[in-house]
Design a protein around this ligand. Structure first.
Ligand code: NAD
Length: 392
């Protein structure tokens, strides 16, 4: 159980690039990082592409005026001169900026926490992975939904054989916020998401499917996709060549099959993500609008609902418990769990404890790499006319 007491010697001095007043995701980073006062302290930032607005915002949330910088290059250079300079930076800017900022941060000697999708290509991720290794730094990727403890219960039950042989994987993350073209007219965040120069090779695949794909990897670490077919299209034609809707079929190396649906034009739907894993003995189902529960369905028996925080769960699913059973946890706690894990991983890295890191589960550079690999394979299949491709 977590109660905010320190897990590492002292909090990391932390900065943000992006995530300012106009950013959609910035507050989630701060909710996550600052939930445990003992893990991170926000001491600096270049919060906005608009320097004046970024400085005003930084001061407004309590950062010293002289440490609210006009851009990330100045942030890294000036902080490097201070004895109490930053040790880690979070990147919460549009996709097309991640690679350059991440590279600059590593060269400045910082650990990095970066938004998904990490970069545009797996080649870029491999390059940054090597650089991070050379510099002895951690890269965390904010698959922010994946910190719900009940997912570790699901992972445990699958590993324990409670479901039998895994046969079917069913992933879905859909919403209707871009059902109309006007979404782009009223929101800068919606506009850049359909511009390949900023969003990368995909819209909805990179934007939301990477979250659900990572959850499937977390639950099924023993299974790898061998072949994949992706069909993507844009119902709003101006978004082409990027897609606002995509379906995938997957073949896994253990004989299991999968289907996935990701959409920004699922008009009226507010259910967010669902992950259903079907085995030969039982199935489980996770809905991220209620991360306090896991459905467990054994053939021939009444449905069971496993509740977060209860003693009957595996120890791995109780370690990150914060509020106790009965009291609802949600996305904020999930982000806090992820951020605490980043802090623990960075601390272990600084101490050279590679043995610990080998077995420590958190969304790091390899999770970011697999997310970009997933996007690349989906796009390659779709752009050849929705054909089966080897997953590579
Ligand atoms: P957004 O357009 O709402 O905000 C981007 C912010 O970055 C803006 O405030 C902008 O001023 C700032 N910015 C842009 N370039 C900058 C630069 N060079 N230096 C400093 N600030 C800069 O975008 P968003 O929806 O917050 O998405 C940002 C990133 O987060 C994207 O990569 C997106 O995929 C990801 N995201 C992740 C989640 C999640 O759950 N993990 C949720 C939403 C978005």
């Amino acid at each position: 159980m977590l109660n905010g007491e320190r897990k590492i010697a002292r909090p990391f001095r932390w900065a943000m690039v992006g995530g300012g007043r106009t950013g959609q995701v910035g507050y989630k980073h701060r909710l996550g990082a600052l939930r445990d006062n003992t893990a991170f302290q926000l001491v600096a930032g270049a919060f906005d592409i608009d320097a004046a607005r970024g400085k005003d915002f930084g001061e407004n949330i309590g950062v010293s005026p002289e440490r609210c910088y006009s851009d990330y290059k100045t942030l890294f250079a000036e902080e490097a001169k201070r004895p109490d300079g930053i040790e880690v930076v979070s990147i919460a800017t549009p996709n097309g900026t991640h690679y350059e900022i991440c590279k600059a941060a590593l060269h400045a000697g910082l650990h990095v926490i970066c938004e998904k999708p990490l970069f545009f290509t797996t080649a870029q991720v491999q390059e940054i992975k090597s650089l991070a290794k050379e510099k002895g730094k951690i890269i965390g990727v904010t698959y922010g939904f994946s910190g719900s403890q009940i997912l570790l219960q699901a992972r445990h039950m699958i590993a324990n054989g409670d479901l039998g042989d895994i046969r079917i994987v069913n992933l879905r993350y859909s919403h209707g916020f871009s059902a109309a073209e006007s979404a782009e007219k009223y929101s800068d965040a919606a506009k850049w998401r359909v511009d390949p120069k900023i969003a990368g090779p995909s819209f909805i695949i990179g934007d939301i499917s990477t979250h659900t794909y990572y959850i499937s990897e977390l639950l099924l670490p023993h299974m790898k996709i061998e072949k994949l077919l992706c069909d993507r299209q844009s119902f709003i034609k101006s978004r082409s060549p990027l897609e606002d809707n995509a379906h995938m079929l997957m073949h896994y190396d253990n004989g299991a099959v999968g289907t996935a649906w990701f959409s920004a034009v699922d008009t009226g739907y507010m259910g967010s993500q669902t992950v259903r894993i079907v085995g030969s003995k039982a199935s489980i189902e996770f809905h991220d609008y209620n991360p306090n529960e896991l459905l467990y369905q054994v053939q021939g028996q009444p449905y069971q609902t496993l509740h977060r925080g209860m003693d009957y769960l595996d120890a791995s699913a109780l370690e990150d418990e914060r509020l106790g059973a009965l009291h609802t946890e949600g996305l904020s706690e999930s982000w806090a769990n992820i951020y605490l894990k980043f802090a623990i991983a960075m601390d272990a890295k600084n101490r050279g404890d590679e043995d610990f890191l080998k077995n420590f589960i958190y969304p790091g550079i390899d999770a970011g790499l697999e997310g970009v690999r997933w996007i690349e394979n989906c796009v390659r299949s779709a752009d050849q006319g929705a054909v089966w491709v080897d997953f590579k």
